[in-house]
Design a protein around this ligand. Structure first.
Ligand code: AMP
Length: 299
């Protein structure tokens, strides 16, 4: 595995691979790697010839009172994990590579608009503008054929997918399923912040999402009823958690759903355990209603 820290070098090395006809995959991360990140490597490895992973803790996606300073960083460990997983190029850009004039000197930003207004965007103003902008820069620097993102960060994946579409980026955005611990908690670099008691309660997020899916499978189509069940389930199983939001939205646009559920929707939630904020989501499959009675009707 080769490690590169500046933009010119990554362009040169990746450009040479492209000239050889190789297919390039990019996996943007903030490091503190875990099995969730490594699942993106597995997906990229299966579809690409050259796998580039970036590690950059992007200051512009953290709010002033968020955990930028204490975000877990362990480049040595990340190097080993990335190499073992099959990453070819570890791109660890310097702050100057990503923000040549400093974050304050950045004039042009990618504005995700209404897709960033709700869900995590409501309590993290500016977060998705920082994410979209840094992802745009990474894609421009590396120029991959495919870029890999986790379903774990559903709003991020939807915004990046839409950015590539709306701004005609020549890249295919691939979204990889969420990797979970055995009790269902979605793996996250921030899970290390949890106390033992908080960690025990944190599987409530997954249990609530599965309960929402069960409710839909049983015929519930009312968004308020599903959201209420999510809230109740978390309150019951995780009394130590403080809800930030619970929402069932259109999976593609992330906008509120008017009327009953008719097509796959995204159930998404965020909770605080103390100062630690955890997010999770599940794509709710909506069985076609009436299929059974129609079938009966025809027999
Ligand atoms: P991060 O380092 O947290 O910015 O995450 C980098 C990428 O890994 C993002 O596309 C995340 O959505 C993805 N990711 C993080 N955790 C998981 C997980 N548990 N399962 C799948 N993908 C994940």
């Amino acid at each position: 595995m080769q490690e590169i820290t500046n933009g010119e070098a990554v362009r040169r090395v990746v450009g040479a691979a492209r000239c050889r006809g190789e297919r390039i995959g990019l996996i943007p991360t903030m490091g503190a790697l875990h099995a969730g990140h490594l699942a993106l490597v597995v997906a990229a490895r299966a579809q690409c010839d050259l796998v580039v992973m970036s590690i950059f803790v992007n200051p512009t996606q953290f709010g002033p009172r968020e955990d930028f300073a204490r975000y877990p960083r362990d480049l040595d460990r990340d190097r080993h994990l990335a190499a073992d997983a099959g990453v070819d190029i570890l791109f660890v850009p310097t702050a100057e590579t990503m923000y040549p004039d400093g974050p304050e000197g950045q004039v042009i930003w990618v504005e995700p608009g209404e897709m960033a207004a709700g869900l995590c965007g409501a309590s993290r103003p500016g977060h998705f503008r920082g994410v979209a902008t840094v992802v745009a820069k990474l894609i421009n620097l590396v120029q991959p054929d495919r870029a890999y993102f986790g379903q774990k960060d559903a709003q991020q994946a939807a915004i990046v997918t839409r950015m590539a579409h709306d701004l005609a980026f020549p890249v295919e955005v691939v979204v990889v399923p969420t990797v979970r611990a055995s009790d269902g908690l979605a793996l996250s670099s921030r899970n290390v912040y949890l106390t033992r008691a908080q960690r025990q309660q944190s599987s409530a997020l997954w249990h609530a999402l599965r309960e929402a899916q069960r409710l839909v499978a049983a015929g519930e189509r009312g968004v308020p009823a599903i959201e209420q069940r999510l809230c109740e389930q978390i309150a019951r199983e995780a009394p130590g958690a403080c809800l930030d939001y619970v929402a069932v939205v259109d999976a593609e646009t992330l906008q509120p759903i008017q009327g009953p559920l008719e097509r796959p929707a995204l159930a998404a939630l965020a909770v605080y355990f103390g100062t630690t904020r955890l997010i999770d989501n599940l794509l709710l499959q909506v069985p076609e209603q009436g299929t059974e009675s129609d079938a009966n009707h025809h027999t």
